[in-house]
Design a protein around this ligand. Structure first.
Ligand SMILES: Nc1ncnc2c1ncn2[C@@H]1O[C@H](COP(=O)(O)OP(=O)(O)O)[C@@H](O)[C@H]1O
Ligand SMILES: [Mg+2]
Length: 141
């Protein structure tokens, strides 16, 4: 499915709608360059899940996790930009987090995690249309 948004707010709203429908165990792999809207999308997703937390980009800490209100589930937000090896990912407990059906996981820069991702991972591609500074193409594969 292909969606074009014309502002950060529109991306958040779109993701919020998706967040409202997610079942536990869902994994999102978010592909795209710096500034293409991945973190903005995660903010909307979190709101759709009912999280009140302010979502900050976990670039320096690799991931943040948040309890999902009124459920036994947790939301994990990974940014793997700084990771160099799958071994580092294993040290962080990534494979267990992914396997736990009580978790909903969003992953920015997911390349290094590819071998751990289940077949039903939702892959989403973000593209910045350079000619239109506020347009982003959001494509679910
Ligand atoms: N349509 C849009 N969708 C998402 N972000 C947008 C859009 N238009 C402008 N922006 C801006 O682009 C930036 C995207 O940053 P961010 O979501 O952190 O990207 P990434 O995590 O992919 O590096 C934000 O400053 C946001 O406000
Ligand atoms: Mg980001």
């Amino acid at each position: 499915m292909k969606k074009i948004t014309a502002s950060g707010l529109a991306t958040k709203r779109y993701a919020e709608g998706i967040g409202k429908t997610i079942k536990s165990g869902r994994i999102f792999a978010l592909w795209g360059d710096l500034g293409s809207g991945k973190t903005t999308f995660v903010k909307g997703l979190a709101r759709g899940l009912g999280l009140n937390h302010k979502i900050k980009s976990p670039t320096f800490v690799i991931f943040h996790s948040y309890p999902i209100p009124k459920t036994f589930f947790r939301f994990y937000h990974f940014d793997l930009y700084r990771l160099r090896s799958a071994a580092e990912l294993e040290d962080l407990g990534f494979p267990e987090i992914i396997k736990n059906r009580k978790n909903i996981v969003a992953i920015e820069w997911p390349k290094i995690a590819k071998k751990f991702l289940p077949a039903n991972t939702k892959h989403i591609n973000f593209t910045h249309v350079k000619k239109q500074p506020n347009n982003r193409i959001i494509e679910s594969l």
